[in-house]
Ligand binder design. Structure first.
Ligand code: GLC
Length: 427
């Protein structure tokens, strides 16, 4: 194939980005799954390195790797119940073990352990539950003899880059339409040139023209990947990836890990944080050695899914940047002239006030269509007649929908410029 220069390549993928990314931008919420031999060890996904295994000793986990039948289907079922729209599976993590029937990497789940193609089971489960499919693919490899030698030996670098290309060609050739390629950890090389990413990504895009690629092969590609925090990436698409417990991506074999898992409200706060700035949330589960979903994830994720069934209008679809709001309202999301106020503490006196919206409000209502009365002056909006109890019985996060005459002008602090600096924003 004729390879494009970096400039021409980036122009060509920019030209198709909106068409390729539209579903992703509206999906908002995905499940990350970290599953591999490290799950058997049960000391998170870096155990091979942090516990300083030699390869022969660590390989013993391969024969102990025993995902129960239907494990990937259990993950997909929970992702669907949680209101997630896509999944990303660690097809091969830093430990170098491939979860598919690889002819390139004999160290895989068909030659060892379950003697099954877990990636095949994963894609089948995603399709059964109508979830888009993402493959996580580590550049770093602690098992391959050239995985580190590539940093200082040109022949090893060539061999290892060819190996990485062959692995990803298998993944993107043998499992039907794949929607996301999620690279990770560009070490030991720290540049796209070192990884031959410009060539590899063009080869892979030729196999899957609609695919979306993240920024971790050291080319910007389609989206940024803040990790462990929810900070928007200015001027581009972004997805925050979060562990389920602020601790570990891979399974930790301890009954004391459970309390660190998130509850439904914490997950909703993360979902609001990414939604208000038009990002995505990729929330991780680290299945147990047999592939079971960690018990502490089931109830909160199911509750979030129930909340999204009633309130998804404020999360899914094309969102616009939204403004901060007052104490009562821990923030909002927005679609053009419609603002969704997310109320984490529901008032018990039937009203709450939101400062700063200057554009004429046409309608205030609950998402079930219940009309609300309101007053508006140049400083603030006061919504009256809210029901005593939050309309949300699931997580007590009630949404109020405001429809303005046009995209709302939001002007805080005009009375106390020293307080807010009189910032004028058109949100
Ligand atoms: C970090 C960790 C890796 C994990 C990844 C998820 O790169 O090193 O283990 O898979 O984050 O984004």
């Amino acid at each position: 194939m004729t390879l494009l220069s970096k400039k021409d390549y980036e122009q060509s993928i920019a030209a198709t980005r909106d068409a390729r990314m539209n579903w992703w931008r509206e999906a908002r919420f995905g499940m990350f799954v970290h599953y591999g031999l490290y799950s058997v060890r049960g000391r998170m996904e870096w155990a091979m390195a942090l516990e300083n295994y030699n390869i022969a000793d660590y390989e013993k986990y391969a024969d102990r790797f025993a995902p129960k039948p239907g494990a990937p289907r259990e993950w997909a079922k929970l992702a669907k119940a949680a209101g997630m729209k896509y999944m990303v599976l660690t097809t091969r993590h830093h430990e170098g073990f491939s979860l598919w029937d690889s002819k390139v990497n004999p160290y895989n789940s068909v030659n060892y352990g379950p003697r099954r193609d877990i990636v095949r089971e994963f894609v089948d489960a995603c399709r059964e539950y109508d979830l888009k499919i993402g493959f996580y693919s580590s550049l770093m490899d602690w098992h391959h003899p050239d995985g580190w030698k590539c940093a200082f030996d040109a022949a090893a670098r060539k061999r290892f880059n060819d190996y990485l290309t062959a692995l990803n060609v298998e993944l993107l050739s043998n499992y039907g339409k794949i929607d996301i390629l999620w690279y990770d950890v560009s070490a030991p090389m720290e540049s796209w040139e070192g990884w031959d990413s410009l060539e590899r990504n063009q080869i892979l895009r030729a196999l899957q023209p609609d695919i979306i690629i993240n920024n971790r092969s050291k080319l910007d590609e389609d989206f940024g990947t803040p990790e462990g925090h929810l900070t928007p990436v200015p001027g581009r698409d972004w997805e925050a990836c979060m562990t389920y417990n602020d601790l570990s991506w891979g399974y930790v074999d301890s009954k004391q890990a459970a309390p660190y898992g998130y509850n439904a409200n914490r997950i909703l706060k993360m979902l609001w944080n990414v939604s208000k700035a038009r990002g995505n949330l990729l929330l991780n589960i680290g299945p147990a050695p047999d592939g079971s979903v960690p018990k502490e994830a089931i109830e909160p994720l199911t509750k979030v899914g129930q909340w999204l069934e009633q309130n998804g209008e404020a999360v899914y679809g094309k969102l616009d940047d939204s403004a901060r709001a007052s104490f009562w309202v821990r923030g909002s999301t927005r679609k053009k002239n419609v603002v969704y106020l997310w109320n984490w503490i529901w008032p018990d006196d039937g009203e709450f006030t939101v400062g700063g919206y200057r554009t004429k409000l046409q309608k205030a209502e609950l998402l079930d269509g219940t009309p609300l009365t309101f007053e508006q002056d140049e400083w603030r909006l006061t919504i009256h007649g809210v029901p005593e109890k939050s309309p949300d019985p699931v997580c007590n996060v009630g949404i109020v929908k405001l429809t303005f005459e046009s995209e709302p002008e939001f002007l805080m602090g005009t009375r106390f410029p020293q307080l807010h600096g009189g910032t004028k924003v058109l949100w």
